[in-house]
Write a protein that binds this ligand. Structure first.
Ligand SMILES: C[S@@+](CC[C@H](N)C(=O)[O-])C[C@H]1O[C@@H](n2cnc3c(N)ncnc32)[C@H](O)[C@@H]1O
Length: 246
């Protein structure tokens, strides 16, 4: 299914409110992963990017991209939404980097263009993974890494739509999560653990790690209410995949 037009519309509509609400958290410091802003210094997912060619898939307002550009990476920020790209352009610091409008499932780059492709709830949450993962693998050079953070199937399966929060009760079928309707045709994507492994391996990638970011007790979730509040300290809310192209 083609969710590109609807996802573009959605993010153009919500960009301003989203940045107003979340930019202070996402941009509070460089390299913060996910809904609980866990520092990469604790998770060790990205490593040194100095001198590396880096692509962020679904860069939003570019909080990650500008941090990596400031560290000396040659960064490209790609996003589907012109409103999100405009937010990234406004927030760009002294270390300039190019912004490209495009879709993770149809990357407008030649093979072997990057040493690192990554995202944090970006293109691999909002594009069909069976299309976006092979695209990421294609644009990586040999030895290049694909690193990305997405919601876990646990989190999605326990999301109570009516109550608008994550609970300790299974609400949706694990095997039926594949697409999540986000309104007016917009869609986000979720795979089972087995399907992630098959999609990554099918694209020729080696899985180096599956980090399950675990917030400290009392760390707030900036996006979703959870019941109990320490839900993500007890169950994995996110999957941070670390892979490379051999
Ligand atoms: C939750 S934001 C992630 C960006 C940033 N890490 C953040 O947390 O705000 C999701 C981003 O993915 C972008 N997006 C949605 N569908 C996309 C697609 N098919 N390809 C690339 N980017 C997409 C949206 O425009 C949005 O900027």
């Amino acid at each position: 299914m083609d969710s590109i037009p609807a996802n573009r519309r959605l993010w153009n509509q919500i960009s301003s409110a989203y940045q107003h609400e979340h930019d202070p958290q996402i941009g509070a410091a460089p390299r913060l992963w996910g809904m609980y802003s866990i520092p990469d210094a604790h998770l060790h997912a990205l490593g040194d990017v100095t001198g590396k060619r880096v692509l962020e898939l679904g860069c939003g307002a570019g909080q990650w991209s500008r941090a990596l550009a400031a560290e000396g990476a040659t960064v490209v920020g790609l996003d589907l939404s012109e409103a999100q790209l405009a937010a990234a352009a406004r927030a760009m610091g002294a270390a300039r980097y190019p912004l490209v409008q495009g879709a993770a499932e149809q990357l407008p780059f030649a093979a072997d263009s990057f040493d690192l492709v990554f995202c944090d709830f970006g293109g691999l949450s909002w594009a069909p993974p069976h299309l976006a993962v092979p695209q990421a693998a294609r644009v990586l050079g040999r030895g290049g890494r694909l690193v990305f953070n997405v919601a876990s199937p646990w989190f999605e399966a326990c999301y109570d739509e009516a109550a608008g929060r994550v609970t300790t009760t299974l609400q949706q079928d694990y095997f039926g999560l594949n697409t999540i309707a986000e309104g007016d045709g917009a869609t986000s994507y979720q795979l089972t653990y087995g399907d992630w492994v098959r999609v990554l391996r099918g694209a020729g990638l080696i899985i180096d790690d599956l980090i399950e970011p675990r917030p400290e007790l009392g760390t707030p979730n900036g996006y979703n209410e959870t019941d109990p509040p320490d839900w993500a300290h007890r169950w994995p809310a996110e999957l941070l995949w670390v892979t490379h192209k051999p």
